[in-house]
Design a protein. Structure first.
Lengths: 485, 220
């Protein structure tokens, strides 16, 4: 059995096993165990030659996303174990819900890894649809009115997005079918890449518009981002971390695969301007929206929209440098943002509130947590020496060199968001520590046994990437950047 | 393909589109569900006809699924939900019939203008089928935007799905049609389950800004 089959099958088996396992401690441990196996299998991929079969494809592009997904999946499962232990202790979740939660977590990993490794447009669509379903179920886990509303909004908006993506997929097949004949070949990535030059560009253009809007809804691109802040704010925090860190990347990966097809076709419209426009709109809108946020998880959800905007902009610009910056930023954002959510998750638990004006002085009351959060925010704001600075710097300079007029709104957007982040982080991390909310006189506040290992592991990686990128990694990002056109 | 085959496929597709128009101006939920059932029946006939005339037996499964799920099970389930939630007397503040029809006709025009030029080298049936199905998808979106009630939004969503299936069965030899329609049905089933379980009567979007702020937990 090939490594990629193991990667996809492990979480699927995990979901089935975890659905049967009683007890949240055992469940959490098994969750970590299955995630570890997935990560190990994905590391094996690096030792193998790129391959493609009827079902799976492994090439330079998706291999790094598969490894990233498996890695963040593992660290989040470690964070999740300590997060849910506290939620159980304060009675916000019960055993039955957690069994469901763990099964859904693995099912979610399965759908994402399948979407990344599938060699078939239809299978990828089914996987993205499955990812939507599993996350909707997890967002509504707390069963509060707000969480159900968030899940509903997420469901309806992404449902429409998914429907439009399917229409785009059908159009794509329709475009390919006269050239490649009826059957599975016209829906297979590797076959399509070989024959795309002969495909009529007109239908391809139409298909891409639908796919960009459809999968773009899941990326959280403006103006289709409305679901994202609610879904991030109301679900359990580990889910916010994987939503921001992984799912948005997977949806963007789908868009980029189709962009590769268009680029290889040659005669089709350049997808660049569309993506640049949507990227800039998301960046500027989210940057401005950051100032009015009062809920800390919602705040960082808007920051995710902003960064997905930057990444989409980078791929829209195209060319070796901008693509390189986009790929690097995808990895850096995913590591940094999930690290921030780990910190925020514990911060919300120790203070008992998601309201930002009631969380303060974390560096005084909980030094390790507070400084970790501060480092994460400094990293996501794009300050050196972290990796996000590198990718943003690369993008801004390459944009200035090619299209100075486009660089202007890009820089403005990044600076606007930067201002909001600095403004908020001061209040969150410094000043007099706030009290614990929700404790009351009758209830003793439950001490939080948080683990900070995942947080600092991610920050260390982002720091290393900012200071020194290993040569093979650079060479390999360059190969992918060239593939993306 | 024979003239009869072409005419029949064309007519059945047009009936699906016609039902989309009829959905737009139904204000009572029961009549909405009835019209939706008829659309599902028309779609069943389309899929079965394509299966027969193109000799693609897997489309019979699509037809059967459409018949059982969308023409029987889902309308019955929604009917019961409507009765249980006591919203069967609700008259929805939909747009006026005239205005909705104008919007609908312009969407159909748009999709014809969009599809026909780009598919110049495809067969006539494929082109027209695509124009019809894009119209059904757009009309479904229009319906989801203009309705407030959760049940009618779901009906709008399912009519979008009908448009997608119409598109998929019209393209020769499209693989995975069955799998994708199953995946979609699972999604719809979950939505209906959600309405049933959580008694979601209305979508939460509202023009009342105060209400939105409080929903976001950001009221002060």
């Amino acid at each position: 059995m090939s490594a990629v089959a193991v990667i996809v099958a492990t979480p699927l088996i995990g979901a089935a096993v975890l659905a049967l396992v009683p007890g949240h401690r055992l469940g959490a441990r098994l969750n970590i165990g299955f995630s570890t196996v997935t990560l190990l299998a994905s590391l094996v991929l690096f030792g193998l030659e790129p391959s493609s079969g009827a079902l799976f494809v492994v090439d330079a592009f998706n291999i790094y996303l598969i490894a990233l997904t498996a890695f963040v999946g593992l660290t989040t499962s470690v964070f999740s174990a300590s997060y849910i232990a506290h939620e159980i202790a304060v009675g916000k979740l019960d055993e039955r819900k957690l069994r469901f939660y763990h099964a859904m977590y693995q099912a979610f990993m399965f759908t994402m890894l399948l979407a990344l490794s599938a060699n078939n447009l239809g299978v990828m669509w089914v996987a993205v649809e499955g990812a939507t379903l599993t996350t909707v179920l997890m967002v509504s886990l707390y069963r509060t009115a707000a969480s159900i509303e968030a899940a509903w909004k997420y469901f309806i908006l992404c449902g429409v997005g998914i429907a439009l993506a399917l229409f785009g997929t059908i159009l794509m097949y329709m475009a390919a079918q006269p050239v490649m004949g009826p059957g599975m070949a016209a829906m297979t990535w590797t076959e399509l890449m070989d024959h795309v030059a002969k495909i009529s560009p007109a239908i391809l253009n139409l298909a891409f518009v639908f796919l960009l809007i459809g999968y773009g809804t899941k990326v959280g691109l403006a103006p289709l981002h409305a679901w994202l802040p609610d879904a991030h704010a109301e679900g359990p925090t580990p889910i916010s971390a994987v939503l921001s860190g992984l799912l948005l990347n997977v949806a963007l990966y789908a868009v980029l695969r189709f962009k590769m097809l268009l680029a290889a076709n040659g005669q089709a419209i350049a997808p660049g301007p569309l993506m640049i426009a949507m990227g800039l709109a998301s960046l500027l809108l989210a940057g401005l929206m950051l100032y009015r946020r009062r809920d800390v998880k919602r705040f960082f959800a808007y920051s995710s929209i902003e960064h997905m905007g930057i990444i989409t902009f980078a791929f829209g610009m195209g060319g070796p440098l901008a693509n390189f910056a986009g790929l690097l930023h995808m990895a850096m954002h995913s590591l940094t943002k999930s690290a921030i959510f780990y910190a925020v998750g514990h911060a919300v638990q120790v203070t008992g509130t998601q309201r930002m004006d009631r969380i303060s002085g974390l560096t005084v009351s909980h030094p390790a947590l507070g400084w970790g959060l501060l480092a994460g925010v400094v990293a996501i704001a794009g300050l050196p020496p972290f990796g996000v600075f590198m990718s943003e710097f690369l993008l801004v300079t390459s944009t200035f060199a090619r299209e100075p007029l486009l660089a202007l709104p890009l820089v403005v957007g990044i600076l606007v968001a930067f201002g909001a982040l600095v403004l908020r982080v001061q209040q969150l991390c410094f000043g007099a520590p706030g009290g614990v909310e929700g404790g009351g006189a009758s209830v003793e506040p439950v001490p939080v046994q948080g683990t900070l290992v995942p947080l600092y592991a991610h920050l260390a990686l982002v720091l290393v990437a900012g200071v020194w990128l290993p040569g093979p990694l650079v060479a390999w990002f360059q190969t992918v950047a060239a593939l993306l056109g | 393909m024979s003239d009869l085959g072409y005419d029949a496929a064309h007519m059945l597709g047009a009936v699906v589109l016609l039902m989309s128009f009829a959905l737009l101006y139904q204000r009572r939920l029961f009549s909405l569900l009835n019209v939706f059932t008829m659309q599902a029946l028309a779609l069943t006939a389309t899929a079965a006809w394509q299966a027969y005339s193109h000799g693609e037996p897997h489309l019979y499964i699509t037809a059967l699924l459409t018949l059982v799920l969308k023409a029987i099970l889902i309308p019955v389930a929604l009917h019961r939900i409507v009765v249980k939630m006591k919203i069967h007397r609700t008259i929805e503040p939909a747009l006026g019939i005239g205005l909705t029809m104008v919007a609908g006709v312009s969407l159909v025009t748009l999709s014809i203008l969009l599809v026909l030029p780009v598919t110049a080298d495809a067969t006539a049936l494929t082109r027209e089928n695509l124009a019809l199905s894009l119209s059904v998808v757009l009309l479904g979106l229009l319906m989801m935007i203009s309705r407030r009630n959760a049940v009618s939004q779901v009906v709008g969503f399912m009519s979008i799905e009908n448009g997608l299936i119409l598109a998929a069965v019209g393209v020769a030899g499209m693989p995975l049609v069955v799998e994708m329609s199953v995946a979609f049905s699972v999604m719809v089933a979950f939505i209906i389950f959600g309405i049933f379980l959580f008694h979601i009567r209305e979508r939460f979007d509202t023009l009342d800004m105060q209400k939105i702020e409080s929903f976001r937990g950001e009221s002060d």
